[in-house]
Design a protein around this ligand. Structure first.
Ligand SMILES: Cc1cc2nc3c(=O)[nH]c(=O)nc-3n(C[C@H](O)[C@H](O)[C@H](O)COP(=O)(O)O)c2cc1C
Length: 178
C-alpha cells in the first residue's frame, strides 16, 4: 500500500513530525511505500468557494502547490493527517488543506481510503476531542474511514522523544496497517 504522511506543524523535528515519521517507519518495515510531506513550506491558498470543482472536470481552479498534493492524495491508500492542536483545532496550514479537499466531494476520488489522525498537544487527549470530531465528520463526508488516532501530551519541541511508549505505539500503527 501507499502511505502518505502529512506534517501540519511549522516545526521540522517537532512532535507532529516525529510521530508521523514513526508511523511511516512502521509502515515501511511492513513493506509499504511511504512518503512524508511538510505542509508549511508549500503554498496552499484558501478555498475561494468558486465551485469550479463541482463542474466539468471536477478540478480545483486554484493554481498552487495543492495541485501536487491532489495527485499524492489520489495515489495514497492511507493518509496520515498530522497536526499540532492549535486553539482546539488544526494548525492553519492543515485547515487550508482540509478546505481544499472540496474537489473530492464531487469526484469521490478519496472514497474507500483510510486516514489516521496524529495530534500532539500541551493539554493532552481530552483537549483534542473537537479536532478529532472535525476530522471524523469531514472524512465521513468524503467516504474516508478514520481508522486510528494518536493523541499525545507534549509541548516542547521533540518532547515526544521522552515518551518511548508513544513512539512505539506510532510504529505499531504503521506496522500493522492492512
Ligand atoms: C498557536 C498555538 C496554539 C496552541 N493551542 C493549543 C491548544 O489549544 N491546546 C493545547 O493543548 N496546546 C496548544 N498548543 C501547543 C501545541 O499543540 C504543542 O506545543 C504541540 O506539541 C506542538 O506540536 P509540534 O511540536 O508538532 O509543533 C498551541 C501552540 C501554538 C503555537
Amino acid at each position: 500500500m501507499r502511505i502518505l504522511g502529512l506534517v501540519g506543524s511549522p516545526r521540522k523535528g517537532g512532535n507532529t513530525d516525529l510521530l508521523v515519521s514513526r508511523i511511516l517507519a512502521g509502515a515501511g518495515a511492513s513493506g509499504h511505500l511511504t512518503e512524508k510531506v511538510y505542509l508549511y513550506p508549500l503554498a496552499i491558498s484558501p478555498c475561494t468557494d468558486c465551485r469550479s470543482c463541482q463542474k466539468g472536470k471536477l478540478h480545483c481552479a486554484v493554481g498552487d502547490d495543492m495541485q501536487l498534493l491532489y495527485q499524492k492524495l489520489e495515489d495514497a491508500d492511507v493518509v496520515v493527517f498530522g497536526t499540532p492542536l492549535y486553539w482546539y483545532g488544526p494548525s492553519a496550514k492543515m485547515k487550508l488543506l482540509m478546505d481544499r479537499l472540496r474537489p473530492f466531494v464531487a469526484s469521490g476520488k478519496l472514497k474507500g481510503k483510510k486516514a489516521i489522525a496524529v495530534v500532539p498537544s500541551e493539554e493532552g487527549v481530552a483537549a483534542c476531542n473537537h479536532l478529532i470530531g472535525m476530522f471524523k465528520l469531514s472524512f465521513e463526508y468524503l467516504g474516508v474511514t478514520l481508522i486510528d488516532t494518536l493523541r499525545v501530551k507534549a509541548y516542547e519541541k521533540a518532547e515526544v522523544n521522552k515518551q518511548p511508549e508513544m513512539l512505539n505505539r506510532a510504529f505499531e500503527i504503521g506496522k500493522t496497517l492492512r
